[in-house]
Design a protein. Structure first.
Ligand code: ZN
Length: 409
């Protein structure tokens, strides 16, 4: 009987044929004996995370895989990032992702990341708790120059423009309402006042005087974008009938997905979403977590970042590096289902996410395995699952666990 599930997502794993790889994809070309063994014992298929012809973002793709329809639950990246930095969101909060950056006296952006500042705790603390016209601002530091920001109070809307132009050299934009409701106009007004106030506070911080004296760029502006309202949503465990769920991820967005859905976050030293991330530590943490949790979400990021750099060789080598540690999963007992997949394809050729389907495998004792001997895009296309969508993943997991409700009598 299967009682526990591990869902292992390698970001942007799917790809397209690479000429130098004899027209194999990085996953097909990589030497992956451990993935291949797992695949042989699995039921396999392909997945269009959001459906055919839809190019998924990482946030929307993950929500779909975990069974949260994006039309209903996705309002922007802000709430997910804010959850990821530890802000407990409340229904009606408007959340943003933020960058601490550098502007000149006229608010022209000099650097969107304040010289890639490594820790913004002091700066976030200086702004945390500010109140303007009855609206409270919650500001928490994220990794490096990033922050999560929440506006809490009555009469807010997320339908407002971004202040962040995304380009150094441009000026900070005034926030405007994107519809003619009272709420959007009020939110824009409060945000413009917040920008003025936060600039005055940050620009005069002692820490910035020290930075200037050291020849570093001032960290004097919080650039906000990705506004989204926090929706009422059921906890993952309650929605799918698990006892306890946790998330093991290095990247802020993925921790955010876990926290957003009410999963516990497990921190692994050295798990940093970079190519030198602690893969071994993450697999060990997953095995350990499955002693206490009946659902574990494990995420590894750099397969995506390398493809976004167009680095097919790097992606192939990174996949081989992951494969070395996949054998750690052999320690799992017979009661554990392992799902291996990706949130979307990231094509090295495009240096971007693509709508190409991704491979997916379900490995469990007693499963009707397909005997496919290589884990890859085209090999998995021959699997008996056929072509599924992200929304099919959780029902399929419940079926394997014998937990699906009966339709009819
Ligand atoms: Zn992704």
């Amino acid at each position: 009987m299967i009682k526990k599930a591990l869902v292992f997502i390698m970001d942007g794993l799917g790809d397209r044929p690479i000429q130098e790889f004899y027209n194999k994809t990085p996953l097909e070309y990589a030497n992956t004996p451990n993935f291949d063994k797992l695949c042989k014992e699995s039921q396999c298929g392909l997945m269009y995370t959001l459906g055919r012809g839809k190019r998924p973002g990482s946030d929307t793709a993950h929500l779909s895989i975990f069974g949260y329809p994006i039309d209903e639950y996705y309002t922007g990246r802000g709430p997910i990032e804010a959850a990821g930095v530890g802000i407990k969101l409340e229904e009606g909060d408007v959340a943003f992702r933020g960058n601490f950056g550098t502007v000149d006296d006229e608010w022209k952006v000099i650097d969107r990341r304040a010289g890639r500042i490594k820790d913004v705790t002091i700066f976030a603390n200086a702004l945390d708790g500010i109140e303007i016209d009855g609206i409270k601002f919650i500001v928490k530091p994220g990794s490096a120059y990033r922050a999560g920001v929440v506006m809490r109070g009555k009469g807010l809307s997320s339908n407002v423009s971004n202040a962040d132009s995304h380009n150094a050299g441009d000026s900070v934009r005034e926030v405007v309402a994107l519809d003619d409701t009272k709420e959007a106009n009020f939110t824009a007004q409060v945000l413009n006042k917040f920008m003025k106030k936060s600039y005055d506070i940050l620009n005069n911080l002692d820490e910035n005087k020290n930075r200037e004296a050291n020849g570093e760029l001032k960290d004097n502006f919080l650039l906000l974008r990705g506004a989204g309202v926090y929706p009422k949503l059921p906890k993952f465990t309650e929605k799918w009938g698990f006892e306890k769920a946790c998330c093991i991820a290095g990247g802020g967005l993925y921790k955010g997905v876990g926290a957003f859905l009410g999963m516990d976050l497990i921190n692994v030293p050295g798990a940093n979403a970079q190519v030198d991330t602690n893969i071994e530590g993450k697999f060990n943490a997953a095995v350990e977590a499955l002693k206490k949790y009946d659902f574990v979400f494990l995420h590894i990021k750099p397969t995506d970042s390398l493809a976004e750099d167009g680095n097919a060789q790097g992606k192939k080598e990174f996949i081989e590096k992951i494969d070395k540690y996949v054998s750690i999963l052999n320690k799992l007992d017979d009661e554990t289902l392992i799902v291996v997949t990706a949130d979307h394809s990231t094509a090295c050729e495009l240096k971007a996410h693509s709508a190409d389907a991704v491979p997916i495998l379900f490995h469990a004792k007693g499963i009707r395995n397909d005997n496919i001997t290589e884990f890859g895009e085209r090999s998995c296309s021959k699997g008996s699952l056929g072509i599924i969508e992200g929304k099919d993943v959780m029902p399929n997991i419940l079926n394997i666990m014998g937990k699906l409700p009966l339709i009819g009598a």
